[in-house]
Write a protein that binds this ligand. Structure first.
Ligand SMILES: Cc1cc2nc3c(=O)[nH]c(=O)nc-3n(C[C@H](O)[C@H](O)[C@H](O)COP(=O)(O)OP(=O)(O)OC[C@H]3O[C@@H](n4cnc5c(N)ncnc54)[C@H](O)[C@@H]3O)c2cc1C
Length: 566
């Protein structure tokens, strides 16, 4: 006979959506179990930037930043267009700030404000040039005790030789390491601590960004005594009279029947590695393979597959099925490839992007999601892989780095050797090395440079928005995002399309209940995180628009399961 386990709420998946639900439910008196498919917990969340987009959040209010739910609603309505879902957006705007208060006052989860982290479309109605994005505060991994060993490590490609670098001020210190004694001392101190941690613990113990968020959520769960089963995938939902009453969980000792009196929260992180859904929904990936995702390979759309037999539907009508990000493929010495997401480098002065036609196609400083949409548009009808090259000259490369290539004094020889970084003494030589049309490319750069010397970009207006400028270099005047590409040798890194997580998840209501046949909620079945259809209408309004709703709807689902309707 199959073993059984009883609880009030079963949470499937240990990322931000699942852990927020688990911690909230426990604090509302429910007996909770979290199951995780992998041998490590934290999901994509542990690899992420750890930013949450929460309009009118309490941290901004404390800093005196003026914001309102009404303004945010206007912005989201504008962003989502025909896909605006008023009920769920209102639930998010109402509960988001409460969720932040709840976690900050009752758990180990703490945040810091990004006061200058602008919304991604800051000129749209209701947008704000800073104050809606909050990040997990760095966290000491020692607080997790032995459980640090099973926290998913950060994405290797965005660390510095394994060391996590926090966003904002910390990153600035790294950029300025050869220019400021204060920055050099700051970085040296972090490196010394990192080396000590590696010697003692085999990993970085100063957790930042998404690793800090996953670590803080896990610490909160462990402190409350919530059990977390690893290597325990949910395989099938249990039903009684139309309601979900638990699930069959695979374990090393065989399947276990978990009975959950208040229901199940699906939080398996969406479908970034479900090839069939990619094939169906990603316009740039006709076979599902032409896509590179830095998310964990365990995110194969299990939540959606579990819910389908109950009549659940997915939001396949969204104009973008996932949060796109340009990525480069990093060759590692063992022959494997890593995936580097390009968040910041595109906005730096002296960096432009061209397709193989040699032409620019977008304001390179725009958000990753918009960059990729413009790339797909610009390469329509062209044969070959959908890709672009980020281009810069020698001083720019050594000042800011490019993708996985780090700024001076980190050497670049190995990246030239393994082909990640292309180099040409002249623009024409670089174009030939990349397979770019050399003539058109020469013309593009000449035309760009003609205006760049004055800090202008009449064609694509790079540096024109608060978001562009936030990621630029404030010391470069008059435009922090524009400098000429003129002093050889010249360099290029190829980028292709990847994602940060999927958008086209399960249709849910404002209580995070999964909708079944006839659009009615399935009793006892909730979805949070990327298992739930995004409320952003396929758009990407600001930094943290997946983690903010993930934690908020996890919180809402748990409270509903505990009998508190919001
Ligand atoms: C490099 C990077 C940076 C990012 N930065 C940000 C950011 O700063 N802000 C932001 O909002 N978003 C960011 N994102 C996106 C964000 O990380 C994800 O959207 C978010 O973490 C998804 O959370 P989740 O809880 O839905 O899923 P995850 O965090 O992916 O967790 C899902 C978990 O479920 C497990 N699972 C899968 N199937 C099963 C099963 N059958 N049974 C049990 N467990 C299962 C998985 O193994 C995984 O551990 C970033 C993504 C990347 C890759």
């Amino acid at each position: 006979m199959m073993k059984t386990h009883d609880c009030d709420l079963l949470v499937v998946g240990s990322g931000a959506g699942g852990m927020a639900a688990a911690v909230t439910a426990k604090l509302h008196g429910l007996d909770v179990l979290v199951v995780e498919k992998e041998a490590v917990y934290g999901g994509t969340t542990a690899r992420s930037g750890g930013w949450l987009w929460i309009p009118a959040n309490p941290l901004a209010a404390r800093e005196g930043i003026a914001d309102s739910k009404e303004a945010a609603r206007t912005y989201l309505q504008h962003e989502a267009g025909n896909h605006f879902d008023a009920e769920r957006v209102d639930a998010f705007l109402q509960n988001g700030p409460q969720m932040v208060d709840f976690f900050e006052s009752k758990t180990a989860v703490k945040f810091v404000l990004g006061p200058q982290f602008s919304d991604y479309h800051p000129d749209a109605p209701g947008a704000l040039a800073g104050g809606r994005s909050i990040c997990a505060e760095p966290f000491d991994g020692n607080e997790l005790g032995d459980n640090i060993k099973t926290l998913r490590p950060p994405l290797k490609e965005i660390t510095f030789v394994g060391m996590m670098i926090g966003s904002g001020k910390e990153l600035l210190h790294f950029f300025n390491v050869t220019r400021s004694v204060v920055s050099a001392a700051y970085v040296a101190k972090l490196l010394v601590k990192y080396m000590r941690d590696v010697t003692l613990h085999g990993r970085a113990m100063r957790l930042t960004n998404g690793n800090a968020l996953a670590g803080r959520l896990a610490k909160s769960a462990f402190d409350l005594g919530i059990p977390l089963w690893l290597e325990a995938p949910a395989q099938e939902l249990l039903r009684e009279n139309g309601a979900v009453t638990g699930a069959v969980i695979g374990t090393k000792d065989g399947p276990v029947r978990v009975n959950a009196r208040k229901g199940v929260v699906l939080a398996t992180g969406g479908f970034p590695h479900d090839i069939e859904r990619r094939k169906q929904l990603y316009p740039h990936a006709p076979t599902g393979q032409e896509h590179w995702s830095p998310t964990p390979s365990s995110n194969t759309g299990d939540g959606i597959k579990l819910a389908r037999p109950l009549g659940a539907h997915t939001a396949d009508e969204l104009p973008n099925a996932a949060a796109w990000v340009p990525v480069s493929r990093v060759p590692w010495s063992d022959g494997s490839f890593g995936t580097f997401p390009h968040f910041i480098d595109r906005a730096k002065p002296g960096v432009i992007a061209v397709t193989r036609t040699g032409r620019r196609f977008v304001n390179e400083g725009n958000c990753y999601h918009d960059f990729c949409q413009a790339l797909v548009q610009a390469t329509k009808g062209q044969s070959g892989e959908i890709c672009a090259w980020l281009i810069c000259d020698h001083p720019t490369l050594r000042r800011y780095g490019l993708g996985h290539v780090k700024p001076f004094p980190v050497p670049i020889a190995h990246q030239l050797k393994n082909g990640y970084l292309k180099r040409g003494r002249t623009l024409s030589e670089l174009a030939q090395a990349c397979g770019i049309d050399p003539q058109a490319f020469g013309h593009t750069v000449a035309e760009y440079n003609r205006h760049a010397v004055r800090g202008e970009d009449p064609e694509f207006h790079k540096g024109s928005t608060a978001y562009n400028r936030y990621l630029g270099d404030p010391t470069v005047k008059p435009n922090p995002c524009i400098a000429p590409v003129q002093t050889g040798p010249f360099y290029a890194v190829q980028v292709v399309i990847g994602d940060l997580g999927s958008f086209a998840g399960l249709k849910t209501d404002a209580q995070a209940r999964v909708l079944g046949e006839n659009g009615q909620p399935v009793p006892g079945l909730y979805a949070a995180g990327n298992d739930m259809a995004s409320i952003m209408g396929g758009n990407y309004p600001g930094g943290g628009i997946t983690l903010g709703p993930a934690m908020t709807f996890g919180y809402i689902a748990a409270r509903h399961a505990a009998g508190i309707a919001t």
